[in-house]
Write a protein that binds this ligand. Structure first.
Ligand code: SAM
Length: 228
C-alpha cells in the first residue's frame, strides 16, 4: 500500500505536480521559470521593480514584465539609464524587488579576456574588484529595498586556475549586511564556456545560481547539523 502511494507521488513529481498541485523545483533549464517561481513564492507574485545590471534585458520575456527602473554601467539598449549599482539614483526604502546579475568572471589569473562571452558580460579586473562590487552593491540594495523587500542575486562559480565558490561568498557577504537567505535556485545550461587549449582539471560549470535574499529585521540563525 505504502509502496503504491510512494509510486504515485513519484509519478506525480515527474509531471511537476504533487496531488494535482504544481511543484516548484529548485532546478530548471529555464531562467524565466525560475524567476517566475521566485516571484510567486517569495514576492507575493509582484513584478521586479529594479534591474541595476539590465544589459539587454534577456530576463524579461515569457510573461515577465519589464522592471520600472532599468540601469546599467554601460547601457546597451534604449530606456536604460546609466548608473552604477553601487550608487543608484533611488530613494531609501523605495523598492520591493530587485534583480541583480553582475559579471561573474574576473581576470588576472589567466587569459579570460580572450573568451567570447566576456565581450558582452564584461570582465572584472580581479577577485578583489569582484568582492568590492558585490559587497558595495549588496549594501546599496539594502539601502533602497523596503523592509521585507526581496533581492534576487544571480551568480556563478568561476574556474580559471582554481575554482572560486562565488555563490558561497555571496551568501556570507549578504548575511554580514543583514539579509536573510530565503531560497536558492539552480539554473542548468546545456552548454558551458571552455577554452580548448587548457587541460580540464575541474568540473565544467553547467549551472548558475539565483539566490533569494530578504531584507528583514529578524535575523535567521542558520543551524549546521553535526551529523551525529
Ligand atoms: C551578466 S550581464 C547582465 C545580463 C542581463 N541580466 C541580461 O539579461 O541581459 C552584466 C551587466 O552588468 C553591467 N555592470 C557591470 N558592472 C556594473 C556596475 N558597477 N553597475 C551597474 N552595472 C554594471 C555590465 O555592463 C553588464 O551589462
Amino acid at each position: 500500500m505504502y509502496l503504491f502511494i510512494i509510486q504515485l507521488i513519484i509519478m506525480d513529481l515527474q509531471q511537476n505536480t504533487l496531488f494535482g498541485k504544481k511543484v516548484i523545483k529548485s532546478i530548471s533549464f529555464d531562467e524565466q521559470e525560475i524567476i517566475r517561481d521566485i516571484l510567486f513564492l517569495h514576492a507575493n507574485g509582484k513584478d521586479i521593480d529594479c534591474d541595476p545590471t539590465y544589459s539587454i534585458g534577456n530576463f524579461y520575456k515569457k510573461g515577465l514584465k519589464q522592471p520600472k527602473y532599468k540601469f546599467d554601467l554601460t547601457p546597451q539598449v534604449d530606456g536604460v539609464i546609466q548608473a552604477d549599482a553601487r550608487s543608484l539614483p533611488l530613494e531609501n526604502e523605495s523598492q520591493e524587488v530587485i534583480m541583480f546579475d553582475p559579471p561573474f568572471m574576473f581576470g588576472g589569473r589567466d587569459k579570460q579576456q580572450e573568451y567570447l562571452m566576456s565581450k558582452r558580460f564584461t570582465i572584472i579586473q580581479s577577485f578583489d574588484d569582484l568582492k568590492e562590487l558585490y559587497q558595495s552593491a549588496l549594501k546599496e540594495f539594502f539601502r533602497v529595498l523596503k523592509k521585507n523587500g526581496i533581492l534576487i542575486f544571480k551568480c556563478q562559480d568561476f574556474t580559471d586556475t582554481y575554482t572560486t565558490f562565488t555563490h558561497s561568498l555571496v551568501l556570507n557577504w549578504a548575511n554580514e549586511i543583514g539579509y536573510n537567505a530565503k531560497d536558492l535556485f539552480i539554473f542548468l545550461s546545456k552548454g558551458a564556456m571552455a577554452n580548448k587549449n587548457i587541460e580540464q582539471r575541474h568540473a565544467r560549470k553547467y549551472h548558475s545560481y539565483f539566490w533569494v535574499f530578504q531584507k528583514s529585521k529578524s535575523k535567521v540563525t542558520y543551524h549546521v547539523c553535526s551529523g551525529t
